[in-house]
Design a protein around this ligand. Structure first.
Ligand code: PLP
Length: 411
């Protein structure tokens, strides 16, 4: 397929998202919180409603036409995800609830099968709690050791320190491809090569990368890759774990239930093959259908076009914000997705957020589930702009006006 590199028709894109015409505190909404969760295009909403209206049945269970079709539909999406991230096989795609569940699955299933007390796991200082807490739990359970990859003042991985952290006990590197606070895009391919040179597996948190840039897991060569549909303009409650087949095949499931077995007696259980052995219970079937529509939407606009649009807006936003006296941007890496965290001298981020909210601006302030980053930069919280496909310079101008208003109110 030839990549669509046509520039985005931003007005047409905005019309695709019904929520952009609602109000926030009686003002037209300016949605700058896509990093938390992105809005949904009409095509995603329609695909899910149509499925519930005319195609719904449980999957992999009923031997009747509706169920067979729903099962086929669901499995087709697995193949679509394979193409979307360029995995080698649809069997490498596990449907989960989201990035959080995907990483927990790896920590539990890979961890319990392959790790023992004293083995070392490297996690970076810029991880979301979803890529810290599951490893912490594993430490409590089996005694693995967590080592922290430090970041620079610009919010980039300190690559020398990364290289120096490896020891013969290093078994896992858990790293985000793009930071949800700093925006930094990490050099996953290089970091993976380094980890593989030390026989460590690489688990990538792709929650903030997949919506904003082309991702090719075969090229990255990572062992596991996790992302959530709801940040990708799809529904909440569904996500993807990619895992190399050699790992998925040898890992034990950590949840048991219907749909993941071949046979069950009270004496013995044989599991279904992966990926099904990791999908216990009835999944979010309509969510997977919605994910399919979201990926199609992105492919129609074009991943390169989305990246180009958001990069231009990122630079516009950073320049506008940097010109505001007293404003400090946290996260100044050379390579970033459209995530810009900032603090304003003398005004708490939560107070800024309150004023912005009353100006119609939907934006997040807090620790963004990444408290170690707050500690690293010595701030209690940040205000975070996170851009999506539908944002415009006008949105950023409205933000800047509202920040100026905040400064006047708190002067
Ligand atoms: N990782 C990163 C970098 C994130 O930004 C998020 C959500 O904000 C997550 C993981 C968790 O994603 P979810 O809540 O969809 O599981």
């Amino acid at each position: 397929m030839i990549a669509n590199t046509k520039p985005i028709d931003i007005l047409a894109v905005r019309r695709d998202f019904p929520l952009l015409s609602v109000t926030n505190r009686n003002k037209p909404v300016v949605y700058l919180d896509s990093g938390s969760s992105a809005q949904k295009p009409q095509s995603v909403i329609n695909a899910m409603a149509d499925f519930y209206r005319t195609g719904y049945a449980n999957i992999h269970r009923g031997i009747y036409e509706l169920s067979e079709k729903a099962s086929q539909h669901y499995e087709n999406v697995r193949a679509e995800v394979k193409t979307f991230i360029n995995a080698k096989s649809a069997d490498e795609i596990v449907f989960v609830r989201g990035t959080t569940e995907a990483i927990n699955l790896v920590a539990h299933s890979f961890g319990r099968t392959n790790l023992k007390a004293g083995d070392e796991i490297l996690v970076s200082e810029m991880e979301h709690h979803s890529n810290i807490v599951p490893w912490h739990l594993l430490r409590e359970q089996i005694g693995v050791i967590l080592k922290v990859i430090p970041i620079t003042d610009d919010g980039e991985i300190n690559m020398d320190a990364y290289r120096a952290l490896f020891s013969p006990r290093t078994k896992v590197v858990a790293i985000t491809q793009a930071s949800n606070v700093l925006g930094t895009i990490n050099q996953i391919k290089l970091m993976t090569q380094i980890a593989h040179d030390h026989d460590a597996v690489v688990v990538v948190d792709g929650a903030q990368a997949v919506p904003h840039m082309p991702v090719d897991v075969s090229d990255l060569d990572c062992d596991f890759y996790a992302f959530s549909a709801h940040k990708l303009y799809g529904p909440s409650g569904v996500g993807v774990l990619y895992g190399k087949q050699k790992w998925l095949e040898q890992m034990q499931p950590y949840q048991g239930g219907g749909g993941m077995i071949e046979s069950v007696t009270f004496e013995q259980i044989t599991f279904a093959k992966s990926p099904h052995k990791f999908e216990a219970g009835t999944p979010d079937i309509a969510g997977v259908i919605g994910l399919s529509a979201a990926m199609k939407y992105i492919d129609t606009i074009g991943k390169e076009a989305i990246f180009t649009h958001e990069q231009a807006l990122l630079h516009y936003t950073q320049a506008k914000l940097a010109a505001i006296p007293g404003l400090r941007i946290i996260g100044t890496a050379k390579s970033k997705v459209g995530v810009i965290s900032f603090v304003l001298e003398g005004i708490h981020p939560h107070d800024i957020r309150t004023v912005l909210d009353h100006e119609g601006i939907a934006i997040r302030a807090g620790h963004h589930c990444a408290q170690p980053i707050m500690q690293r930069f010595n701030v209690p919280a940040t205000v975070r702009v996170s851009l999506g496909i539908y944002n415009t310079e006008k949105d950023i101008d409205a933000l800047v006006d509202a920040i100026q208003l905040t400064k006047r109110l708190f002067a």
